[in-house]
Design a protein around this ligand. Structure first.
Ligand SMILES: [Zn+2]
Length: 298
């Protein structure tokens, strides 16, 4: 039964008094000490939680449309702000210089999903920090670009809808001498030393398009499934698209994540949630390569 509006109001009142700032309740009072095992009180329980283990062998190989990136190649309107929110390094995505919003469609998605923000999950000098695993392997960093279904007015409304949110996941891996440096990623990671403290903010210098965050990623090869946000309240609103190509990044960039601090001044490391049960959910895999490993130019 739906609680009446009046009962909802009564439930919300104590929260309103506790949080005089405009903090969302999910932004407080949780941490990564047990990688999510103690989130029982703040996380919605359910059968479609994320992250999960992704395996080509256990996936349904289907001819899905490729992911289409709209306005990803257009420069974003500045200033672009990087924030240490105590849980991650977070960037709200502004509109593009010509007043549009970057968006994605394709894959399992119906309609357009507007880019809202991106952030990262990382490990420590002795552990890897990706949330999803691919063929039993975890990676040093996982970047998430969060999109909201254009038919909902904002991210808070979208979080409560089954088709509300689309997140793309991109794996980053430390490589000794990467033969390519991706300008977007290196600009953002280069700004990390200015946000080591909780709530510290800095501006990303120079122009940035969202596409620059993806380097030379092959958008045709990915896993996709229905799951949840990986931070409280873990709403089951997310269509995940996790690309199988891993982007190489230098150690000196990744090590900057490990210097961030959380709201209590502790090192903000290992900010990933543990793998969740798949519970029989279908995971789809779109093959973007032919057997020789060359990309199909479709
Ligand atoms: Zn995330």
């Amino acid at each position: 039964m739906q609680p009446s509006a009046f009962h909802k109001l009564l439930l919300l009142l104590p929260l309103a008094y506790q949080h005089t700032s405009n903090d969302h309740k999910e932004e407080s009072h949780w941490n990564y000490e047990t990688n999510g095992q103690n989130w029982g009180g703040v996380c919605s329980a359910g059968e479609r939680q994320s992250p999960i283990s992704l395996n080509v062998q256990k996936s349904l190989i289907v001819p899905l449309p490729r992911i289409v990136f709209g306005n990803y190649d257009v420069k974003l309107r500045g200033p672009i702000t990087l924030l240490n929110n105590g849980h991650t390094a977070h960037v709200e995505i502004p509109e593009t210089a010509n007043g549009n919003r970057p968006f994605i469609t394709g894959g399992l998605l119906k309609g357009r999903y507007v880019a809202e923000a991106f952030h990262f999950h990382w490990g420590s000098p002795s552990s890897r920090g990706s949330e999803h695993s691919i063929n039993q392997q975890r990676f040093d960093v996982e970047m998430h670009i969060v999109h909201r279904n254009a038919k909902y007015k904002d991210i808070d409304e979208a979080k409560n809808k089954k088709d509300g949110i689309a997140v793309i996941g991109v794996m980053l891996k430390i490589v000794k001498n990467p033969n390519r440096i991706f300008p977007g990623l290196s600009k953002v990671m280069g700004a990390l030393p200015r946000v080591t403290k909780y709530k510290a903010k800095t501006t990303i210098p120079g122009g940035l398009s969202l596409g620059q965050m993806l380097g030379n990623l092959n958008p045709r090869d990915f896993f996709t499934y229905r799951g949840s946000l990986t931070t409280p309240l873990c709403e089951q609103a997310v269509t995940w698209t996790v690309f199988s190509q891993v982007l190489p990044v230098p150690y000196s960039s990744v090590s900057k994540f490990w210097k961030l601090r959380d709201s209590e001044g502790h090192r903000l490391i290992n900010n990933f949630r543990d793998i969740q049960p798949r519970n029989g959910r279908p995971v789809f895999y779109r093959v973007g390569k032919d057997l020789s490993g060359a990309y199909l130019g479709k």
